[in-house]
Ligand binder design. Sequence first.
Ligand code: Q46
Ligand code: ZN
Length: 340
Amino acid sequence: MRCTRCRGQEACLEIRRHNAAYCEDCFLGFFRDQVTRAIEHDKMFRRDEPVLVAVSGGKDSLALWDVLLEMGYDTAGFYIGLSIPGYSEPSREKCEVFAEARGARLITVDLEEEYGLGIADTAQRTARAPCSACGLSKRYLFNKVAMDNGYRVIATGHNLDDEAATLFGNVLRWQTGYLGRQAPVLPEEEGLVKKVKPLYRLAERETAAYAVLRGIDYIVDECPMSRGAKSLLYKDLLNQLEAASPGSKQSFLLGFLDKARPLFHEQEEVELHPCERCGQPTTTPICAFCRLRDEVSRPRRPRGGRRRGGRSGPRESAAAAASGGPPPAGLVIPLTSVES
Ligand code: Q46
Ligand code: ZN
């Protein structure tokens, strides 16, 4: 099959939802076009605006950082060490090697060393599911580290598949608050930096193809804590639908953003004020992150104790975190218009 863009080269990747097939060069052009379209159409950031890119060592976030660097944006990477055995070390290494090869700045924060909140240990000490502690900590640090380092925009590598699966989960349960906040751009507010998702128009296989074609060395294994997450089931179901009817995922997500989200958007008004301890915005006197630190510093619960929240186990919480699910009270939440 010939490339549908240049008509000269042999195509290497078919994109059925666009009725197109591209050679390597044209695919990279298509990828950049989609990112540009997201940045410009959704007014994510300006050319001269510094952007902090949240990187995990996986294909999506490194592909995002790479494409922004290639396009000449002023970026730094931000990596959070989660202390997840067998996963955190290699993922940090991927980010460090990537940054060094490109002469780019990488900011790293180690949750265990700096806050005593390594995820595996925190989950044990607090009876909290790992993904609950992880999601909470990431949201907190994205905002704090961006602000502390003078960045008014933080970009995450969420792709079309991630966003469609999150939407699917929120629709299944009619989580109207989350539906109102699901958007590729969450604007800056008092104490909250702008959050953007420049890859939301690109499918997961396209970010993987981009990473491979660009020679990016990324961590292929998923976080071990994600096993059994509902979001993986939703992705599977949406992939089956996409195979039978190309374009379904895109029209589900883009149609929602265009036609339905505005109906949910104005439903929620929550007042934010600075946490009495750390100063980050919160809805409660002490923010959820500071309360988590308190919990961790308490003596360990006896072995065999019941998990708080009764039946909620790691699987449910992994699903919630991966789908932008229910954050605990007092969490830093972007209110006007959410992360993964
Ligand atoms: S990194 Fe963290 Fe995910 Fe791992 S512990 Fe769960 S939330 S699955 S995006
Ligand atoms: Zn706080």
